[in-house]
Ligand binder design. Structure first.
Ligand code: GLC
Length: 488
């Protein structure tokens, strides 16, 4: 048994040792201001609030671009925050408008728009035909059922969940996702730039974030279909439920088998046979050569750390660490609880990289000049240490923080020392944002090895920076029980 007094003392010592930021006496004032900024991001369509623009215009520079549109992914934290505030009308309106905009064109049937905007009284969705690089997002479509389930489950509006339009939307989406492919695997194959990282970063194929979202999406679709099944039995629906459940299981096993790495799995991987042809048992399906294992991985993993790598492709695993995909893998339960704690240990061990001066880094390590030239086509925003290429995004902290808090809530007696350290890490990261973000005008992202400088092309008063901070505050200070909503 663990002596509670000793434990508290130890936890205190840890947090004193690691405390790099000072609590601020302005907390209440800053939260009130953040709430006021957030209200300004909400826009209406025909008189009803529908969601938030991506960023408020810069007060002096008047930069517009498409940051005045309503992005589905940027509205994920917005909708979750509104659900915690019981402002259900806005969430329902947002879900309904997105559903109205779900594509019915032959080549994009079932796709939800990346963003939408009202122009001259008409709703216009962007399915890739308007964006720079003409990119179609996969994540927007995968988030919709997840948000829909969060809303239905928390508000109790089951009739919306069972409605014909919602059930039809789900079937359209499932048609798009669950079908035979040339790969013959349970992953969704996507081009570069298909998710939050929407500029070239060599993340095509089966990027972690998309696959973890697919897992959450399918689980949410199952919950929503079960609502409908409770009312009337249909053979078609039953078949869909069986297929979807099987797919979720296959996908999870695939991710755990091919993406999860620890010091131990790396040692096995490095000594596996290669060039295995034929039907016999094979140990190296993707024919990965030991030479591709990067040297930084050794210290990064240390003894007991683990994480899901960014992507797997024939002979070319992407060992970069992506914060969002890994956080969501905890939140949605792709990772079993022991693996979640291995991930926490890894973040703790590498906090000088991942949290640094502005939690948290989007992708580690960054690509240096030559690789950046080759892999991104010299994309000016993604130059070394900037934006998606090693930049720091304050909007990512709450995903990780909520995963830690949810874990602690669900398994309160497991590895208490580690979890106390994790809690102080989250707490300090929160203070770090609280002390800096108001001065830095709630910037979109930060540049450089320590994430200290405001991003070179960063928008200010970026919605998900503001609302991400408010969510972290909500889960830490206001209502710990709202974390349960995220547990799929
Ligand atoms: C940038 C980000 C993208 C975000 C958009 C609006 O394009 O890369 O993830 O959705 O800005 O904020």
């Amino acid at each position: 048994a663990v002596n509670k007094g000793n434990l508290n003392k130890m936890a205190e010592r840890f947090s004193q040792k690691n405390l790099r930021v000072r609590p601020s006496s302005d907390e209440e004032k800053i939260v009130t201001n953040a709430k006021a900024h957030f209200e300004k991001t909400l826009v209406d369509i025909s008189g009803e609030l529908v969601g938030s623009v991506a960023a408020l215009e810069h007060p002096t520079k008047n930069l517009k671009l498409n940051y005045g549109e309503i992005f589905l992914r940027d509205n994920v934290p917005v909708m979750i925050y509104l659900i915690t505030q019981k402002r259900y009308d806005i969430v329902k309106k947002f879900l309904s408008v997105c559903l109205e905009l779900q594509s019915t064109n032959y080549q994009t049937r079932g796709v939800f728009p990346t963003s939408f905007v009202e122009e001259k009284g008409k709703l216009i969705g962007d399915y890739g035909q308007r964006s720079i690089g003409r990119i179609t997002s996969a994540d927007a479509s995968l988030w919709w059922p997840i948000l829909c389930w969060f809303y239905v489950n928390k508000s109790g509006d089951y009739s919306f969940g069972k409605s014909q339009s919602v059930q039809r939307g789900i079937q359209l989406l499932l048609d798009l996702v669950l079908h035979p492919t040339f790969e013959g695997t349970p992953v969704l194959f996507v081009p570069d730039c298909a998710f939050m990282i929407d500029r070239p970063m060599d993340v095509w194929g089966a990027p972690l974030e998309v696959e973890v979202l697919l897992h959450g999406c399918l689980k949410s679709c199952i919950h929503l279909m079960e609502l409908s099944r409770a009312d009337h039995v249909s053979r078609l629906l039953d078949q869909r439920l069986i297929l979807t459940s099987q797919w979720v299981e296959d996908l999870r096993s695939f991710l755990l088998k091919h993406y999860w790495v620890t010091s131990k799995t790396m040692q096995i991987l490095r000594r596996r046979p290669t060039e295995q042809y034929g039907d016999d048992q094979h140990f190296n399906e993707f024919n990965v050569q030991p030479q591709v294992v990067p040297s930084w991985l050794q210290d990064w993993l240390e003894n007991r750390g683990g994480y899901l790598i960014g992507n797997i492709r024939t002979g070319r695993p992407d060992f970069r660490f992506y914060s969002l995909g890994n956080s969501l893998a905890c939140m949605f339960g792709v990772l079993p609880q022991a693996e979640q704690r291995a991930l926490f240990r890894l973040v703790l061990h590498n906090r000088q990289h991942l949290m640094a001066q502005m939690p948290m880094r989007i992708c580690h390590p960054h690509m240096d000049v030559e690789e950046w030239q080759n892999k991104t086509g010299s994309d000016p925003k993604n130059w070394p240490w900037s934006y998606h290429n090693g930049g720091h995004w304050p909007s990512l902290l709450w995903f990780f923080g909520a995963s830690v808090l949810l874990h602690q809530k669900r398994f309160p007696t497991e590895d208490v020392i580690l979890m106390e350290e994790m809690r102080s890490l989250v707490e300090e990261s929160y203070w770090c944002q609280l002390n800096q973000l108001p001065k830095q005008e709630w910037a979109e992202y930060f540049d450089g090895p320590t994430g200290t400088w405001v991003g070179q092309q960063s928008r200010t008063y970026q919605t998900w920076t503001i609302v991400g901070f408010l969510l972290m505050h909500h889960f830490l200070r206001e209502e710990n029980n709202d974390l349960d909503m995220l547990n799929l």
